[in-house]
Design a protein around this ligand. Structure first.
Ligand code: XIL
Length: 367
């Protein structure tokens, strides 16, 4: 219900008001964290977490609690993780994250109900379309229903668009769409709303940030996608922009601002949901690399946070100790060095990127 949504936003707004009062005096060192710097402008800061590490690595756990107001499961709420065998869902790790968040006063972004990657092994092309549909809808009902009233956001559908595939509407050529028709997206949002009427429901995607023709096509398709859902009253409340950035890639701030403005004009809110910075084109020298990563993120954030529809920033991890960038082909460095794309280094120390994000929050207009 809309009332409940407002209540949640008051929680974050309350934190902002509190932080604003604190900011009148000299800022206490203890409050100088990314979540506080964000809250002073009415924004939120959060991080994706690897749930198992919260208990195995106390320094990591402490860093997450200290810096973030919102947590996102990096893996544990994906369908394949929740239902490794048919009809036997395992919510243990997802529940552990919800408990961790509740104990520490953190909000949770659920991620992600429907994604063509990491689906359970029992979902094969041999299953009839009606079985796919039933499975998708009961997964949404069961998962969003389990955490009803406790989620700030749900990424309901992840990465549904790929204009390169040449399909109408820019939809991706992948399971779900191919089996159920692209209407699966609308069905998923309606099912999520029924299961958890208080959560803000997000569409989340990548590749929206840069100036090349491919990114431009993705922005166009995303805008048309959002406009179309809003016009037909499909409950899409937010656009999640993953923002997996690449240091050294040309970024056109004016073009980006226009895109965000066009999205905001549809009435949906925006969040930067998976921010990190690839550094594979940068030299190995750490000081040089950290500077270039920080400057790149700062230019991007200054443009993005200027748009008041942008409500917050989530980084895809908090420390280089645990970053998918160092473990994923395409973002790993050829020299084998740790990728330095997150706010804390692999020793949990703040890096220039931490300061760039904090200063971008300071520089943002108040919400
Ligand atoms: C990645 C995680 O970081 C990995 O640990 C996992 O193996 C695969 O997924 N876009 C998304 C995220 O929406 O869910 C992905 O996360 C990164 C790209």
């Amino acid at each position: 219900m809309p009332g409940q949504v407002i209540d949640r936003r008051q929680v974050l707004g309350g934190a902002a008001a509190l932080a604003g009062a604190v900011a009148l005096g000299p800022p206490a060192a203890a409050s100088d964290t990314l979540k506080d710097r964000a809250a002073r402008r009415g924004l939120f800061y959060g991080a994706a977490v690897q749930v198992g590490r919260l208990s195995s690595d106390p320094a990591y756990r402490a860093a997450i609690i200290r810096e973030s107001a919102v947590v996102v499961p990096e893996w544990e709420m994906k369908w394949g993780a929740l239902e490794p065998s048919r009809g036997k869902p395992d919510f243990a790790r997802a529940d552990a994250l919800m408990d961790f968040a509740a104990e520490n006063g953190l909000e949770v972004r659920g991620h992600a109900l429907v994604w063509f990657r990491h689906i359970p092994p029992f979902l094969t092309k041999d299953l009839a379309p009606e079985e796919w549909r039933r499975a998708m809808l009961s997964h949404i009902e069961r998962t969003a229903g389990r955490y009803r009233g406790r989620m700030l956001h749900w990424d309901v559908v992840n990465e549904a668009l790929e204009p390169k595939d040449g399909r109408p509407g820019g939809f991706r050529k992948a399971v779900f769409g191919e089996i159920l028709g692209d209407i699966y997206v609308d069905e998923a949002f309606h099912a999520a709303q029924a299961a958890d009427p208080a959560a803000k429901l997000y569409y989340n995607d990548y590749g929206l940030d840069y100036t090349d023709a491919e990114s431009e096509a993705r922005r166009r398709a995303t805008l048309a996608f959002v406009e179309d859902r809003v016009a037909r009253k499909v409950p899409v409340h937010g656009l999640g922009i993953q923002a997996h950035l690449q240091a050294g890639r040309p970024f056109d701030a004016e073009r980006y601002r226009r895109f965000l403005k066009d999205i905001a004009a549809t009435g949906v809110e925006i969040a930067l949901t998976e921010l990190d910075v690839k550094d594979r084109r940068l030299p190995p020298d750490i000081a040089q690399r950290d500077r270039a990563v920080a400057d790149h993120a700062r230019a991007f954030l200054d443009a993005a946070l200027d748009e008041r529809a942008v409500k917050g920033v989530v980084t895809w991890g908090i420390t280089d100790r645990y970053s998918w960038l160092s473990a994923t082909k395409g973002s790993m460095r050829d020299d084998g060095l740790t990728v330095r794309g997150l706010p804390l280094d692999d020793d949990m120390q703040r890096k220039p990127l931490w300061h760039a994000i904090a200063e971008a929050f300071d520089h943002a207009p108040s919400r």
